[in-house]
Design a protein around this ligand. Structure first.
Ligand SMILES: [Zn+2]
Length: 304
């Protein structure tokens, strides 16, 4: 099969042929998953505590390439109780090697969402692929001055003096992550609203700290009219269903991240709620099933 992705005159290009937004409802809450693009990362990031031959076999089983892997980069817009809430913001221009991401602002615009209409931002954590979009050229100027940026207090505190002793990242990443988080804290200092363990941003929209991936990593739990959906941020990766105990290279406390992942996946499997996550294949809307000692990712049917 071949797909012509180039834009010729009169022919649609990739941006029109591959959708970058997907809308759904959770009770009374409007949810829009928006793709910031994809990140090309080395496959060794998937598990630094596993036998690499087992990781290679898993990649082969999943029809994924052996060396470099595309990761989705999803953000979410939620509307509830008159508030418009952006959950995570993509990478912006923070890491020039990752050129296929950083498209959130243009994709929000294409979806008819004016940056000036965003009342709140929730950051699951302050890695550059989650907060960098707010630092992209021209974005801050278009956001409203009374914007509130919600993040766990432990996250803001962590980035004052971050510990990278347990991560396993490609060269250049720790410095870029430190630099971006510091710049973010400086530029958005007056808009930051920190919470300790939980904060209800709008009716049925609850930011809830998990820790693990970073000390202040949080998920966002939506609940309305008996419907439930959780945006898991970086607590769950593609490989995390079958191998929840594999340590991802970006996890600052990998043991705690694995514990929090298993806890959340068990809960979602038991209460049958929907899951959306940053790096699962767009739009990532799925359910979680228990599969022996691990889990299975069950993609949701698209609603048209
Ligand atoms: Zn991430």
């Amino acid at each position: 099969m071949s797909l012509d992705n180039t834009s010729h005159s009169g022919r649609p290009g990739l941006d029109e042929l591959v959708p970058s937004r997907y809308a759904l409802r959770v009770g009374e809450i409007d949810v829009l998953v928006v793709s910031d693009g994809v990140l090309g990362l080395p496959t060794r990031m998937l598990a630094h505590n596993a036998d690499q031959a087992v990781v290679a076999a898993w990649l082969d089983d999943m029809f994924r390439p052996p060396d470099m892997l595309d990761w989705a980069l999803n953000a979410v817009v939620v509307r509830s109780g008159g508030r418009t809430i952006l959950i995570d913001a993509g990478i912006g221009g923070e890491f020039p090697d990752l050129r296929r991401a950083g498209k959130l602002a243009q994709r929000l615009e294409a979806a008819g969402i004016d940056l000036a209409s965003v009342t709140d931002v929730v950051l699951t954590h302050m890695h550059m692929d989650h907060c960098g979009g707010l630092l992209a050229d021209g974005v801050k100027e278009r956001l409203r001055p009374d914007l509130r940026v919600h993040v766990a207090a432990a996250e803001a505190e962590f980035w004052e003096s971050p510990d990278f002793s347990r991560v396993s990242m490609p060269t250049g990443f720790p410095d870029a992550l430190r630099r971006t988080a510091k710049r973010f804290l400086k530029e958005y200092h007056s808009q930051l609203r920190t919470f300790e363990t939980e904060y209800e941003v709008a009716p049925g929209v609850l930011a809830s700290r998990t820790g693990g991936h970073t000390p202040g990593h949080s998920v966002v739990r939506l609940a309305s009219g008996g419907d439930r959906l959780t945006f898991a941020g970086d607590l769950v990766f593609e490989v995390g269903f079958e191998h929840p105990d594999w340590y991802n290279g970006f996890e600052h406390d990998p043991e705690e991240a694995a514990r929090a992942r298993v806890r959340l996946l068990r809960e979602l499997a038991a209460n049958r709620e929907s899951l959306v996550a940053t790096h699962l294949s767009f739009p990532s809307v799925c359910h979680v099933a228990v599969d022996g000692d691990a889990f299975r990712w069950v993609p949701a049917f698209w609603e048209h």
